[in-house]
Structure formats: structure tokens, C-alpha cells
Design a protein around this ligand. Structure first.
Ligand code: SF4
Ligand code: SF4
Length: 412
């Protein structure tokens, strides 16, 4: 394995190989989608995962506790239910990320009547949908959706901002689709407040996820209002980009403070940034990136990488299921993980004065946010808490509530 991030010049640190324990599994079921979002980091292709690889992974990595299903769009993947069944047979909590385009299937059904223009509109939508259908994929109707997702524990609804911003990044009408999907899922048992924010809750959950960058940063307060109106937790994650600079240290401070101020002690309102340094900033100094150490990602062409953002074209190849006849050689996988953790997931020079660098190890490898992490300047939430009216006790309660969300769900 070679260093593909140019971070090899960072500070290499020893790793305790006994710390490696895979508890999180990411599955890209497919690399085709029925939308074409501007910031999508996965190429469009025609691969569908081989479910035997999933079986092999869960049989050989018995400590997997949670999995996330992504794509492409998983709801148009023919092996979605089979994949979920394999995971549930091992009692693994399953999160699925979806673009909610399936809500248009419902509208197609409901709109068989209407004016000629309306009928034409929905027929066009239907034709578009069919065009996206790939070989082997069966056609699904609106009522199939519930059956399709019945064993999924957590649904992650991606929104990139209020309607105009979201639709300019994703697709016209996609904001309204997501709103309809939220209501539909709520009616069908997802996210019952307050039970769902209690520790140990094992029922169905839902949350909103927004990818942020300089482009949509100013929309975050409106997204917090939306999350409050919908009574859903909201998770923010920085854009993985080679061209966009990371948020400045001041922007990160303002964002993290805003999210903590928005959250409430009882968990009625919850917001977080899903980068490791957010937790460190809030005083949870045990936070680090799980890539490789606790997480692997299987792509639909067979490559295994350390995390869901660790993707082609620049990615760390831990293993290839297809080239190994679908078998998982654990020794080989762990040797490559060990190499990755020692030589590639290095500590950035600028983090060395941070007292937490031995645990955090420069946080998320796949976004550049650590380059402007406020802790490099020895600034954390304790500096602001009193000023914005959040005591240490309240901060700890809110961090505890946020932890309940990620017990069984994937957020980064
Ligand atoms: S300064 Fe670096 S090591 Fe410290 S918390 Fe931030 S990203 Fe992690
Ligand atoms: S913190 Fe970043 S590198 Fe680590 S698992 Fe999450 S997305 Fe991947």
C-alpha cells in the first residue's frame, strides 16, 4: 500500500495492533443512482455488490455492531433487502442513507388522475425513473417502500439546505421529496420523541444530514429551524473536496458553538458536527476517527477501504473481495490496516501542540477540516460556554444525548 494522501510527511506514530477491532461496516450496495447531485463523490457505474461478500464479512468479523448502507441510491438496488437480512441475522443495527426520490413513486400512483398537464408531468417522471432502472432491477411501487425498509433501524435523510440551495445542488423538487419522506416515515414509526433520544433505545430512528461548505454555511440556522419543526436530530458534515478550502478556525468555532447552543439538555433538540474534533472541542477528549481501526467499507466492485469517504479516485486499498474469490483473508486485511494506521493516518505537523493529538491523530483524514481545527490554537468550548449560556453540566448532558444518537447509527 502506498500513501495516496500526501500526508505521509506527517508524524508517524506507533499503533497498538490489538486496538484494531472492526465494529462498523459500510456497504456501498451500488454505484448507480437516480439523481446526479453536484457534490456527489462517487462515480456513476453499473456495479452491484455481491451479497456473498457481505456474508463473508459478517461471518469473519464477529464484532460488527452497526452498518450503513449507501450507494448510489440503495432503494434502486436489487439486493437491498438481501443485504439487510444478512446484517439483521447477526443483530447488526442498520442505517440507510437515501435521496428520498422514492417519494415520487407515490406521487406517480396518486397522480394517475388530474389534468392533462399533470398526467404528462408524472408520465415524464415515470419514464425518467424507468430510464434509471438498471439491468436486473425490478420495478417498485410506492407501497413497496415500507416493505423494503421494514428492517432498517435508522434512516438518514440528506438535505443540503433550504429548498433553493438543496435543489440547486441535488435536483429540482428533491427538497419537497425529502419533506414528504420525513412525514411518511414518521407516520410509519420512525423517530418517536422522546423515547428515541433515550439511552438504550432500539426502535426506529431518523435524522437529517447536511453536508456543509462555504457555499451553504449561512443556511445552517434555517436548517436548525427545520430540524426543530420536524423534531429530528440534525448532523452536519464538512464537504470532502479537493478544491474548496476547509472552514476557517473562526467559522468552526462559530458553527460548533451554534450547534451546542441549539441543542437542549433533554434531547428535544439535537445537532452535531460529525467530525472527531467537534467532540474534542466539546471536552470529550477520547474522540478519534474510526477509519480502519474500527471501520471498513466495501465497494460494489469489491475494493475494501477504511471508510465511506475513502473512495476512488484517491483511496486506500485494504483488500479486494473479488480478486480473492470472495473470501476474506483476515490476516492480510489486518496487516494492511496496520500499515494504513501507522503510515497513512499520520498526525499533521500543525496538530502536534494539541494535547489530544495522540488520541485524535488529526481527526478526519478525508476532509481537510483538521487544518483549521480551533484546538490547534488551544481554543475549545470552555472558553465560550459562560458567554453563550451553556454551563459545563449542560454541555456534558448534551454530549451524552448526542452519544445516544450515534450508539446505533452512522453519522460520518
Ligand atoms: S488539533 Fe488536531 S489533534 Fe487536536 S483535536 Fe484538532 S484535529 Fe485533533
Ligand atoms: S472521520 Fe472522516 S476519515 Fe474518519 S471515518 Fe469519518 S469520514 Fe472517514
Amino acid at each position: 500500500m502506498v500513501d495516496t494522501h500526501g500526508k505521509g510527511a506527517g508524524i508517524k506514530m506507533e499503533y497498538d495492533p490489538y486496538e484494531i477491532d472492526i465494529t462498523d461496516l459500510v456497504l456501498y450496495l451500488n454505484d448507480y443512482c437516480n439523481m446526479n447531485c453536484r457534490h456527489c463523490y462517487y462515480r456513476q457505474g453499473n456495479h452491484t455488490i455481491d451479497t456473498r461478500w457481505i456474508q463473508e464479512a459478517v461471518d469473519n468479523l464477529p464484532n460488527i455492531k452497526k452498518a450503513v448502507i449507501v450507494g448510489g441510491e440503495p432503494t434502486i438496488c436489487p439486493v437491498l433487502e438481501e443485504a439487510v437480512d444478512i446484517l439483521k441475522s447477526k443483530n447488526i443495527a442498520v442505517t440507510m442513507s437515501t435521496n428520498c426520490k422514492w417519494m415520487t413513486w407515490g406521487k406517480q400512483e396518486k397522480n394517475t388522475g388530474g389534468t392533462n398537464n399533470e398526467q404528462e408531468y408524472w408520465q415524464t417522471k415515470k419514464r425518467e425513473e424507468e430510464d434509471h432502472m438498471k439491468q436486473g432491477e425490478r420495478k417498485r411501487s410506492y407501497t413497496d417502500v415500507l416493505d423494503m425498509i421494514k428492517n432498517i433501524d435508522v434512516i438518514q435523510i440528506s438535505l443540503e439546505g433550504p429548498p433553493q440551495i438543496n435543489d440547486s445542488i441535488r435536483e429540482e423538487g428533491s427538497y419537497m421529496n425529502s419533506m414528504d419522506a420525513i412525514d411518511f416515515l414518521k407516520q410509519n414509526g420512525y423517530e418517536k420523541y422522546p423515547e428515541s433520544t433515550r439511552k438504550g433505545y432500539t426502535g426506529k430512528r431518523m435524522f437529517i444530514r447536511m453536508t456543509y461548505s462555504e457555499f451553504n454555511l449561512r443556511a445552517i440556522p434555517r436548517m436548525l429551524r427545520l430540524a426543530w419543526i420536524k423534531h429530528l436530530p440534525i448532523v452536519f458534515f464538512p464537504l470532502k473536496s479537493d478544491t474548496q478550502p476547509p472552514l476557517t478556525s473562526t467559522q468552526q468555532v462559530q458553527l460548533y458553538n451554534l450547534l451546542m447552543k441549539y441543542s437542549t439538555d433533554d434531547g428535544r433538540r439535537l445537532a452535531m458536527s460529525a467530525v472527531p474534533q467537534y467532540w474534542t472541542y466539546m471536552g470529550d477528549t477520547e474522540s478519534y476517527c474510526p477509519a480502519g481501526k474500527h471501520r471498513i467499507n466495501i465497494l460494489p466492485d469489491g475494493w475494501v477501504t477504511p471508510c465511506e469517504m475513502n473512495m476512488p479516485p484517491i483511496f486506500d486499498k485494504l483488500y479486494n473481495m473479488e480478486k480473492n474469490n470472495g473470501e476474506l483473508d483476515i490476516d492480510k486485511l489486518y496487516r494492511n490496516i496496520d500499515y494504513f494506521l501507522r503510515n497513512i493516518k499520520t498526525v499533521d505537523d500543525g496538530c502536534i501542540n494539541c494535547p489530544h493529538h495522540r488520541i485524535c491523530r488529526s481527526g478526519c483524514l478525508m476532509t481537510n477540516e483538521y487544518l483549521k481545527c480551533p484546538l490547534r490554537e488551544q481554543i475549545d468550548f470552555s472558553y465560550f460556554g459562560d458567554r453563550i449560556g451553556v454551563s459545563t453540566g449542560q454541555r456534558m448532558k448534551r454530549v451524552g444525548q448526542l452519544n445516544t444518537i450515534i450508539e446505533r447509527a452512522f453519522v460520518c
